[in-house]
Each structure stands twice: as structure tokens, then as C-alpha cells.
Design a protein around this ligand. Sequence first.
Ligand code: GDG
Length: 734
Amino acid sequence: MERLIIVSNRLPLSITRKDGNISVTPSVGGLATGMKSFYKSYESLWVGWSGINEENLSNEDKALITDKLSIENCVPIHLTEDEVDNYYYGFSNKTLWPLFHYFTQNTKYVNKYWDIYKKVNEKFAETILEIVRPGDRIWIHDYHLMLLPELVRAKSPKVLIGFFMHIPFPSYEVFRVLPWRNDILNGILGADLVGFHTYDYERHFMSCVRRLLGHESVFNLIRLQNRTVKVDNFPMGIDYQKFKKTAEEQQSRDMRSRSTFQQEIDRYFLAMPERKLILSIDRLDYSKGIARRLEAYNLFLKRNPEYLKKITLVLLAVPSREGIDQYQQMREEVDKLVGQINGKYGDINWIPIWYFYRSLPFDSLISLYSSCDMALVTPVRDGMNLVSKEYIACRTQQTGVLILSEMAGASKEMGEALIVNPHNRKEVANAIREAIEMPEEEQVKRNKVLQERLESYDVIKWAQDFMNSLIKMEEIQEKQHVKRISLRIEGKILEHYQNAEQRLFLIDYDGTLVNFVKNPADAKPDEELYAIINQLTTNPKNTVVIISGRDQESLGQWFANTKVHLIAEHGVWMRRVGKDWIVNEPLKNEWKETVRPSMQFYVDRTPGSFIEEKQYSLVWHYRKSDPDLGMMRAVELKDELRNLVQNLNLEIMDGRKVVEIKPIGINKGRAAMRFIGTTTYDFILAVGDDRTDEHMFEYLPPEARTVKVGMQNTQARYSVQGVSNVRELLNKFD
Ligand code: GDG
């Protein structure tokens, strides 16, 4: 049976140690529920921090914990106090959490936090590598472990890794501030599948990868040298049935057998049945916008005196990360605001806010969801927000109004709620009034749709969806591997070469023999390359052709003292060894004056781009431009030129960060065939990385050994990863 290794900062259970005894209580969070759906189809293991400082544990304690946890299929990671301070409270919650929630003013940049964050991620990696077996699938969760995918990948290259981010991924302008930004992106890209709650976070991540690391992507697939990473959004759901059934079960009880908490709420309604309750539940965190919410409630009370004494806000703030200054300050701020509002409006019989600073048992939580007429969920930034979904699930009569912040990921799926900007106090205050006054039929109409959606995409479906996508990545990666030149294939190619009498090498230059550089003029051949070419050309049975899009001048100079034949400008020019350049295809040039102004317009609007004029073509380069802008402009330019080129018998060639316009009919395939002419070669090796090389792969006879450099779709028979692999391969032909 395949195994699934789930990895998260904390294990889905709490471990307590009292008088030498260790006890373990499973927790019932959304994640744990979602994952439970796999327990039957997989042999699952969960790796996470035990929650107890390592200093407080003797070796016997650790062994005992390991034993107890293994019964629950959990594997503990032990962290020292210093590690918890710097990795968890430090980098995770004083650097990443505020920055990713756009609280740049709260973000701390401390080298020690980062060092320990790396160290703890390595600690997780070590544990995983000890237990991982071939065929296992690993699902890593959240911002505490963003370096982990790459750390595991480095030592276990074939294992299938999924990464899911539970908090927002900020826009490029915010993410770029992070001093360790590239390490973080590379860390995540160790995964095969990267999941976010919403398309916006996915889009931000893709943009950061493109701008900071320069990786190209096709739709939501990022092409790395030897792998593809898929990025997608999977909006996390809740255990809908559990919430619904618990609410139904509670409501079916008679008054006296209800929980004490529920009985108190019932008494409140008995006294004044027309009273309304508004619910607010969050961890006490600055991202949840609790103070702003209270200000909006205050404004509502001020502006709508007719509702005084008729409405109560139930404010449940669950203690969280109390060791961090900002959380303590926020608690003081909330305490103060609650005091002010209650002091100002309350009287002996009525308190405007019932404030609870603690967590409640699950049953009481459900009582609150069921009893409150409205839920006010107004985070200033929230990855998803499950409270909003849980509230709707507990509305067994389909009444109730949800007021939801547009800054919560959940707002993308819950458009039927009253959507508000949490920073706009007036708008929130108005929404409270609208909610109070909303007719019941309207409430039911909205909630019916919301419930159907939440029921069909619950946390179980979410987890299954993610896993199915992850498993599909196995196929995608395998397909890429099919063509990779393995040792066996390499042996066959070399054998074919040894037995041949007339051998032809057709080799592209940029991206094949040398790596791309920002300034194309700097990509000159180096000593190693000359040595490889000399070795190849020394053998009289070998004919070596460099076939490139470059102009004849650069190629001519660089290879002046070698015995290679040259084909320049994708086939316009040809120079056989010891001869002069000749025009391969007789062409006209008048069209350039028509096309140039359009291209120039794009140079003016795209900083960093420029036009290169070749003998028979015009090339717009955008490698030095902003990647997103460049790509967008390239699409526009091609679109604009499309009509023009048809009339002038021209064609557009899409290269790597270039758009080239040239007369129809010139391509590397035709040029290669012209070069071959009537000679019979019994061994042909063609190597190239670009779309323009695809013509060459297409035109050559099927027995030719065609090799693509990189991972994109290709007509070539084989592929290699990069320039160094091409050089390694060519070195073997002597
Ligand atoms: C992070 C992201 C994303 C709350 N109070 C009590 C209690 N809860 C439960 C709720 C809910 C959960 O805690 C809170 O989940 P949220 O999604 O609202 O918020 P975060 O804790 O910030 O979660 C968030 C989530 O990860 C999942 O990806 O949605 O955006 O920030 O399930 O029911 N449970 C009990 N007593 C309480 O007093 N028993």
C-alpha cells in the first residue's frame, strides 16, 4: 500500500506531561478531518512538532512519546526552547505571518530567526528522510515549512511532494522586501504541486517566481530545468456534515438537556425574544481586524439608537501567540474598546458586547453558531477563514446573515454574503443594519446557495482534490523523463556513431552550447567549448555545423579559427569551412520599413527592450525588460503584426524572450536540408533548445538523433537538462 506522509508545524494532537506520565489527546481541526479521508486508502504518517520543549524531555520521555505517537501514526519532531523562539515565534510569526498578511510595519528581519528557521526545516527534513520510502507521497503544510520541499527533494529526487499554503501569498511588491525571498521561493519549488486557497495567491506566487527567479511558466506550470511544478488553487472547505449534524442534534434536544452555555443563551432570548445576537469569533490576531470591527459596531450603535438594547455582539477572542508583543498590545486595545463601548451604551439590563477571551468547547461553539442571527467576519487579511463557512453550515433553518470581509479568501466563494471592506467603518455599520433588517426569505435564498456549495466542496473533497492533482504530477514528471538521455540511450547513440562513416552534427548555439546571459554579445565561446569543438572536428569522419539565429558577423569571428561550418540567421547565411558566406535563400528587404515603426513603438513602451536588425530579419528582444510586462507586450506585438505579415509574406518566430519577423520560408530545418544536399550521412545528431530548433527536428530524417535542451514540448527524440549536459554528451564523441 502507498504511504502518505503529512507534515505540518504541529501534530494533530496535544501531548501533555504530568508527573512523569505522558498523555496524548487527538485534536479535531479541519486539517485533521480532511486528512482522515485518506487513512483508509493510504498507510498515513503525520510528522510535526510535539509542542513540548526538548529541554524538558529526558531520553526516556522521548522514547515514550515516540511509542505513544506511533499508535496514532504520528512522528514527533522535538524542538528546543531557542528553536521555538526563533523558528516559531521569530521567523514564522514575527517575519512571515505579518509580511504575508501585509503588515509590513510589524515585520521583523532578524538573521538569527532565519538561521534557526533553516535549521528547523533541516531537522524536519532529516526526520522525513529517515522514514521516506520509494513510492511515498509527501504533503507539506504551511508557511512554517517553506524550505522543506527543496530540502527533501535534494536527497530524495523522485519522491512526490505537495505543498499547501494556508495563509495568503502576498503580491510581488510586498514579497520582494524579504531578504531571503529567493531561498523561500526555491524552497517551495522543491514540490511537484503547490496549492493556495485562491487564484489571487496563486497569481502572486507565479509572478514572484517569474520576476525573482526568471522561471518561465505555461499557464500554471512552471518549467524548471529537470522538473515541472504545478501551481493551483484549492479553496479549503470544512467538515460540513459534522457541523450541520451537531447543530441539528443540539436543536433536537429539549430545553433542559441542552448544555449550560446553550441554556444561558436561551434565557437571553426568553427575556426579550426580539433581541438579536451578532457573532464574532477569531483567534486574537491583528490580521482578523477585531479593533476595526469594534469601531464599526460602535458607529452602528451611534447611528442607529433605535437598536440599542435590541442587539448584542458576542465577541469570542481566542488567545493566540501571547508571547509576541503585538498580540499583547492588541489584547489591550480590544479590552479597552470593549470597555468603552459597554461603558458608553450599556445599562443594568443590557450589555452591548459579551466578551470572552478564551476558547470554548466544540459544543458551545456550535451553540453560538446556531443561536446568532448574524456573523460579523471582517478580517483585514485572511488566507481563507473557516469561521464564516462553519457559521453557514450550522444554520439548519437557513436563516441568518453573514457579513464577510472582501479580504478573506472565503469571500471569493461566498458572494451571497454581505461583502464589505473591513477598513470602511461606515460600510460595515451599514451592513449590520442591512443584516438586521434583511427579510427572512432573502436570508434563506442566499444561505441555500452557500450551503449547497459548502456541502459539495467540503474539506474531504478538498483534500482528495489536492491528492489527485498531486498524483497526476507523477505522470507529468514521468513523461518528461521518458525522453531524457539515460545511460542506456547514450550507449546506443555512441554505438551508432562508432559504426558510422559520415557523421553530421547540427548544433544550435545560445542555450545549447552556451548559457543565456543578459547581454547577448557576452555569450562568447569559452576554452572548454573550443576544446570540445576541436575534438569533434579533428575526426575526419565528422562534419560539424553550428546552426544559429545569430548574425554572421559574431559567429564568423568566434569560430574563425575552427573547422566548423556555420549557418547564421536561422538559415539565411551559410559558410562552409574555408569558404565565404553565401546567401542560402535569396530574399528581399523592403518589408523592414513597414514593420520597423510598429516594433519601435513597442521598444518605446517597454523599458529594457530593443530591436536587433539582422540582414534579413528584425528581432525585438525583451530579455532585459520586466518579465510580466515583456510577455504581455510580446503578445500585443505579435497580434499587431499578424495582419501585416500575411500581406508581406513574412512570418513571426517566437524565441526565448524575442519576437523575430522574417520572410517566410527561412528556417533551420530548410537550411539543414540544404546543407545536407545530396550527401548521405549515416549518423546525424541535432541539438537545440529553442522553438526555432523545432524546424530542424521536424525536417531531419527520422533516424536522426534529435536532442532538445530543456523540458518544453518538443518533436525531438530525446532531451537533456541544460548546457552542461550537452557539453558532457559532445565530449563523449571522439
Ligand atoms: C489559518 C488561516 C485559514 C475558533 N475558536 C474556537 C475554535 N475555533 C476554530 C474554528 C475554525 C478555526 O478555529 C479557525 O480557523 P480560521 O480559518 O478562521 O483561522 P486561522 O486559525 O487563522 O487559520 C486561515 C486556515 O488556516 C485554514 O487553512 O482559513 O485563513 O489564517 O475551525 O472553528 N474551536 C473551538 N473553540 C473555539 O473557541 N473548539
